[in-house]
Write a protein that binds this ligand. Sequence first.
Ligand SMILES: NC(=O)C1=CN([C@@H]2O[C@H](COP(=O)(O)OP(=O)(O)OC[C@H]3O[C@@H](n4cnc5c(N)ncnc54)[C@H](O)[C@@H]3O)[C@@H](O)[C@H]2O)C=CC1
Ligand SMILES: O=C([O-])CC(=O)C(=O)O
Length: 313
Amino acid sequence: MKVTVVGAGNVGATCADVLAYREIANEVVLVDIKEGFAEGKALDIWQKAPINLYDTRTVGVTNDYSRTADSDVVVITSGLPRKPGMTRDDLISTNAGIVKSVTENIVKYSPNAIIIVVSNPLDVMTYAAHITSKLPRTRVMGMAGILDTARYRAFLAEELNVSPKDIQAVLMGGHGDTMVPLPRYTTVGGIPVTELIAEDKLNAIIERTKSGGGELVKLMGTSAWYAPGSAAAQMVEAIVRDQRRVFPVCVKLEGEYGIDGVYLGVPVILGKNGIEKVIELQLNDEEKQLLETSRGHVKEVMDALDNINAANA
Ligand SMILES: NC(=O)C1=CN([C@@H]2O[C@H](COP(=O)(O)OP(=O)(O)OC[C@H]3O[C@@H](n4cnc5c(N)ncnc54)[C@H](O)[C@@H]3O)[C@@H](O)[C@H]2O)C=CC1
Ligand SMILES: O=C([O-])CC(=O)C(=O)O
């Protein structure tokens, strides 16, 4: 299996590293626009192979998409990360152009690839990649839900003093403050979380999760990469190993949850064809309302992208 990661910055290099050391692909091609940057990162990861004992070949290139030809999966991480004081939506004008041109190059050389978008604002960059690629929605998706859920699970594990491995959860909606937590579907070793934690503590964890990305931006001056890079690699693994994992993934909704044409995080089954199935949960009225708010926000940013594209046409 061949996997390309576009953007050799913090998230892209972390993703490539996880793909290599866990031998998720035979070959990982790292692409960046900055001369020599991807080559250097790929060489460094390759030189770690004899120490950490893996044989995934890692190769770096500067903007040479011919080297990415026939990739099975492509992860797009290219684009600006936010700085303190910015929202993810503030990145739209710069990142839309980057995601569009990268996607054009990807489909030119790997028409059968499955594309995983990571660049922000995530839901709308998934939209950008989807309309540019013209691929079926099952093959263009965004990574955010695994990360948001992981933050929620990590905070719960800390609060309950249990292993994060035993916490199962799902979050839905856009990647941002309007994400939709689903405590009803959160369990700790099979036990509903509501039996183990006071409501106010759970609510505080949900609020912290919603601004989990911003918490890290404030601490580091740029956004996170270890968990995001690993989350993208986990999606690649589910696809290349046809694991049929159940993850929250951003996809174009086509009638599911009563929503049509908006890109939102929902639980899906991920396997060799990409999105094998969108799972429709029976949401209660409060959850439906939260999802509607999230839909409205993402749609506004999608409209902003349409305006940018119209102005550039
Ligand atoms: N979906 C999610 O949950 C997350 C999304 N992100 C987003 O991922 C993106 C990358 O974040 P970082 O890796 O921290 O940024 P970074 O600045 O470390 O790396 C981005 C890389 O993209 C490269 N690049 C820019 N234009 C390019 C082009 N046209 N072709 C190829 N490479 C290009 C840059 O040279 C740079 O090396 C940001 O937009 C960030 O907001 C970050 C974390 C989580
Ligand atoms: O917060 C950011 O800008 C990056 C991101 O999406 C995250 O870490 O959740």
